[in-house]
Unconditional design. Structure first.
Length: 318
């Protein structure tokens, strides 16, 4: 019986045949599931991206993706390769940060990802922080909780600011730094304004709700479910401003973070209702991947938020 021919590549094959640039490009294509979007992200032409991914796939000697029309789907091997590419990029990023720290560098980039409700105070805090660090190349991404979870999974930012932390396979460092009270609002002429309202009575009111994946939505649904009640949902919207406009139009009541109201003033057309179980006091959290090597800038901003972040929420003015 003849010995089975060994067709596996020798040790170190990928090191000799795959470049770090190809690893970066394939990771971008795998994350975006698009050659065009990966090319835009990396400031390359689409033919360059396609050629590099093709060369990388030839080094692997197994199909990494399938293309059906304009859509790209990773194979099982492609998923594993993409994950390993992210690990390589993360380790190199950590090394770069460590080298910069040895040089004592405090300039460079700071990438922050936040849920949409945090936009009411994070820019104010960043403005104060940047006055002491004027050479920062700042990136601020504002999105909903589900999309922010994807950014965390892909390690796209240094720090994240959000309320309810999503369940993830990654281990996360979660640092609470301020209270995030959730309140019920209504048109100021609503009959419920100025008196105590039970949750059962509130359940009969038409509700303006956030979209699926919103942290506030999940909190409200759980609270009603725990009391054996259902939310009388009338409209689903994706932004706090759209929700407030619907409340002004007297289309229903809504639950929002109290921070969203700090610019309203005494003449506001909306009012906070006195509802059983409210306010729900949640927390604002600073989050990063456990084990991630934070830059000096990221460490300083994290410390800044821990020590002074609550000052920028302006709850005392409401």
């Amino acid at each position: 019986m003849n010995e089975q021919e060994n067709t596996s590549n020798p040790a170190g094959y990928l090191i000799r045949h795959a470049s770090l640039r190809q690893i970066q490009i394939f990771e971008a294509v795998a994350r975006n599931l698009s050659f065009t979007n990966a090319a835009k992200e990396l400031f390359l032409t689409q033919p360059t991206v396609s050629a590099q991914v093709k060369s990388f796939a030839e080094s692997i000697e197994m199909p990494l993706y399938e293309q059906v029309g304009r859509n790209i789907y990773l194979t099982e091997v492609g998923e594993h390769v993409a994950s390993s590419c992210r690990d390589v990029i993360l380790q190199l990023s950590n090394l770069e940060i460590l080298l910069d720290d040895f040089k004592g560098m405090t300039r460079g980039s700071l990438k922050i990802g936040i849920v949409s409700t945090a936009k009411y105070f994070t820019p104010v805090a960043l403005g104060k922080f940047i006055k002491s660090h004027p050479d920062i190349d700042l990136s601020l991404k504002i999105t909903n909780r589900d999309n922010l979870a994807k950014r965390i999974q892909q390690n796209l930012d240094d720090l994240y600011i959000l309320g309810q932390v999503p369940d993830m396979k990654l281990e996360l460092e979660v640092i609470p730094f301020a209270t995030n009270p959730l309140v019920v609002i209504a048109n100021k002429n609503n009959k419920l304004v100025g008196r105590k309202v039970s949750l059962k009575e509130l359940s009969k009111q038409p509700f303006i709700m956030r979209e699926e994946g919103s942290g506030i939505r999940s909190v409200v649904e759980k609270m009603f479910s725990d009391m054996g009640l259902k939310v009388n949902e009338r409209v689903t919207l994706e932004t706090n401003e759209a929700i407030k406009h619907c409340v002004v139009g007297d289309l229903g009541v809504a639950v929002v973070s109290k921070q969203t109201l700090y610019l309203e003033g005494d003449a506001s057309p909306v009012a906070i209702l006195d509802v059983e179980g409210f306010p729900i006091n949640k927390e604002w959290n600073i989050v990063h991947i456990r084990g991630k090597e934070l830059s000096i800038l990221a460490k300083e901003f994290l410390l800044f938020l821990k020590n002074q972040g609550a000052e920028y929420l302006q709850l005392d003015e409401l």
